[in-house]
Design a protein around this ligand. Sequence first.
Ligand SMILES: NC(=O)c1ccc[n+]([C@@H]2O[C@H](COP(=O)([O-])OP(=O)(O)OC[C@H]3O[C@@H](n4cnc5c(N)ncnc54)[C@H](O)[C@@H]3O)[C@@H](O)[C@H]2O)c1
Ligand SMILES: [Zn+2]
Length: 368
Amino acid sequence: MSSLPPLADPVRLTVRTSAGSYAIEIAAEATRWLGQLLDAAGVPARRFVVSTQTVWRLHGERLQGVTGEEAILIPDGERFKHLATVGRIYDSLVRAGADRASAIVALGGGVTGDVAGFAAATYLRGIPVVQVPTTLLAQVDSAIGGKVGVNHALGKNLIGAFHPPAAVVIDPELLATLPRREFRAGLYEVVKYGVIASRTLFDQTSRDLAALFGRDASALLPVVAASCRIKATIVEQDERESGLRRTLNFGHTAGHALEAVTKYRRFRHGEAVAYGMLAASALAAARGVLPESERAEIASLIAKMGPLPAVADLSAADVVEATKRDKKVIAGRLHFVLPTAIGATTIVGDVTLEELTRALVGIGLKEG
Ligand SMILES: NC(=O)c1ccc[n+]([C@@H]2O[C@H](COP(=O)([O-])OP(=O)(O)OC[C@H]3O[C@@H](n4cnc5c(N)ncnc54)[C@H](O)[C@@H]3O)[C@@H](O)[C@H]2O)c1
Ligand SMILES: [Zn+2]
C-alpha cells in the first residue's frame, strides 16, 4: 500500500446563494461515498440518477448504493439538449411516482447537468438536484452557479432557470476515461480562470501540464479546486450576472462568434474560447493594457496544451459580424473582458470593430 502516491487532500467549498448555501465536495473517490455525502447534505432519500448511456456504462457502478431507483438515461450530445429530452425525464419521474421528497442526481457532462438541472427546477415546481460532473468542463464550470437550461432550435441556452444545486460532488478520478480532446477543451477554461483571477493557478497548470493530461488525481485535484473556488467566489458575489460574473466571459466574445460561424461543428466550446483568449490578449497587448511578455506567456501555454482546429480559412469579418448578432455591440463598440496581467482583468466598453478585426487577423484568421 505504501507504494501508492499520496492522494491530495479533499477540499470542501461552500457557496452562498440568495436561497441558502450548498457545498462543493472535491475529493478523489468522492463518488464512492456519494450516498453518505448526500445523506449529510440532507438530500431526500428517493434519488433519481439522470445520466447518459456512455457515462452510466463507464461509471454507474460507482453509484451503487446511492439509490434504489432505476437510472434515467438520456441520449448523449448537445443536439439532445432540448425540451424533448426534459420531457423524457418528466415521463420517467411521473411513472416512478417521484414526489417532492425526491431528488435528481445529475451524473454526466455539462449537457446532462443542464438538462437534468432544468428538469429538477421545473418538476413539481422544483425538486433538489445534485450535480456530479464527469467532464473537466462540468467540474470547473457548468456544475457550479445554478444556471440550468436547454437550447431552442433558434439559439443556445434560450430556455432556462436558476436552480442552485443541493450539493456538487466532484471526483477527479472520473476524468480518467474522458477523451483527450474533451479534457483539453475543459482545461482551456482552467487557463481562463488563471488569467482572470490567479497567477498561481496559471503557473500550476503550466508546470503540471503532463501530470494533468495523465489524469493524475493529485495534480488534478488542486487545479480543479482552485478553478471551482474562483467560479464560486464570482457567482456568489454576482448570482444573476449583473457585473462581476461577466469577467467569466473572458475569451467568450470571439469564442462564441467562432462557434457560431462554424455552426458549432468545428470547435469544442473550450477550443473556441482558447482562440477567444488569444484574440482578447492580442487586443489588450495592442492597446498597451497587457504587457507583451504576459500576452506571450498566455499564447505559449495555449500552444503547449496541444493542437487547436484550424482558423486560417475563417474570415475575420464574418467573426466580427457574428459578435454583432450576439448583441454585444452597442453603437459600434464592443464590451470586452481584457486581461491587464495574468491574474487580473478589466471590462471595457469601447473596443472598435477594427481593433477586433486586427486581433483576429493577428491570431491567424484571414482578412476580409
Ligand atoms: N450551466 C452553466 O453554467 C454552463 C456553463 C458552461 C457550459 N455549460 C454547458 O455545458 C455543455 C457542455 O458540457 P461538456 O463539455 O461537459 O459536454 P457534454 O456534456 O456533451 O460531454 C462531452 C462528452 O463527454 C462524454 N463524457 C462525459 N463524461 C465522461 C467521462 N467521465 N468519460 C468519458 N466520456 C465522458 C459525454 O458522453 C459527451 O460525449 C454545453 O451545453 C454548455 O452550454 C453550462
Ligand atoms: Zn465557457
